[in-house]
Design a protein around this ligand. Structure first.
Ligand SMILES: Nc1nc2c(ncn2[C@@H]2O[C@H](COP(=O)(O)OP(=O)(O)O)[C@@H](O)[C@H]2O)c(=O)[nH]1
Ligand SMILES: [Mg+2]
Length: 325
């Protein structure tokens, strides 16, 4: 049974998540609607089929290297089976996309992990404007609802207004916050946060970081220093580092991710603004190029719109949508 049929039967029983279906509407139109048209236009696997398929994949931000691999594999399959129709080839393609994600190891649980008696620390990294601060608010909202005691640390001391922005979220969400003085060393804010998290028996400390574009050496220094002070204060704590990427920046986001991944170890990726782009394939290219799992995706501006990443929900919303027929 192909993946499409698997997804259809799975979501025939279980209702798909509405925010996935809505948030990926643009990507679905750009990708699966075009694939269906392609199969109608070229019933057989002609060179034109492959050419147009390549364009669709690239324009959906699946990434050049993954696109070329998918096309190559599909060409191989069409040689093995000369009767393969374009409809069947589309289905094969989708199976291959699924495999390309899971072959790097499928994470069934993307939620943060908690350890009894010590705070979990989450560092939020990424360049300016990608959605770090709002994603921190959304995660604080999520885990507060799960009964966790949450502390925020306003480590983006560089950008004017960043501390203020996080403070407003903290008071709206009624969670505590540690702030440094303007232009304070972000590592000193992280230190104060870690100390307060330990002494106050918090479950989760989320550290906002500065997003200015730096040289890789600076970035490495700063993130390294933040990690060291946290590890010293909280030696037993799980430390997670999420890189936040704006889906609307496309392959630019992928190169940012590479720079961050090289500068410091990442445990996950958050992809924001999926609702604002037709390039939903970015999840596959990030996974392909960075390897770190996508843990959460942003599907809108509401607090509930940051959801745990679920590969089946994602593929179903991208490929099938509401219509399960
Ligand atoms: N539509 C949409 N907007 C988002 C999402 N995540 C963040 N934003 C918006 O992106 C803008 C920048 O966010 P901010 O958290 O300040 O970015 P930061 O500079 O990385 O901290 C804000 O206007 C957010 O409301 C999302 O998932 N969907
Ligand atoms: Mg910010």
């Amino acid at each position: 049974m192909g993946l499409i049929n698997f997804l259809k039967s799975k979501f025939g029983k279980k209702k798909p998540e509405e925010n996935y279906v809505k948030g990926l509407a643009k990507s679905r139109a750009a990708f699966s609607d075009r694939l269906a048209l392609l199969a109608k236009k070229h019933a057989k696997l002609t060179p034109e089929y492959f050419e147009e398929l390549e364009t669709i994949l690239i324009e959906s931000d699946v990434g050049v290297s993954l696109t070329l691999r998918l096309i190559d594999e599909l060409l191989e399959k069409s040689k093995e089976n000369p009767n393969l129709s374009s409809q069947e080839a589309n289905d094969e393609l989708i199976d291959m996309m699924f495999v390309s994600y899971v072959e790097k190891g499928e994470s069934i649980v993307n939620e943060l992990s908690f350890k009894e008696g010590v705070p979990t620390v989450l560092l939020m990294e990424g360049v300016n404007g990608v959605g770090k601060t709002t994603s921190i608010a959304k995660l604080a909202y999520r885990y507060k609802k799960q009964g966790k005691k949450i502390l925020l640390a306003a480590g983006d001391t560089f950008r004017a207004g960043a501390v203020e922005q996080l403070s407003i979220w903290a008071s709206r969400l009624e969670v505590d916050i540690v702030k440094g003085k303007p232009n304070a060393d972000p590592a000193s804010v992280a230190f104060d946060g870690a100390k307060a998290a330990r002494e106050g028996h918090y479950d989760l400390l989320i550290v906002d970081t500065a997003g200015r574009q730096q040289t890789k050496a600076n970035l490495m220094n700063e993130l390294g220093k933040i990690r060291r002070v946290i590890a010293r204060e909280l030696p037993e704590s799980p430390i997670e580092a999420f890189l936040v990427i704006d889906a609307t920046t496309g392959q630019n986001g992928v190169s940012q991710a590479k720079a961050f991944a090289e500068a410091s170890p990442l445990t996950g990726i958050v992809i924001t603004k999926m609702d604002g782009t037709s390039k939903g394939g970015i999840i596959l290219s990030i996974r392909d190029e960075i390897g770190a799992p996508v843990r959460f995706i942003g599907l809108g501006e509401k607090m509930e719109d940051l959801v745990e990443f679920d590969l089946d929900e994602y593929l179903h919303a991208l490929l099938v949508g509401d219509d399960n027929g």
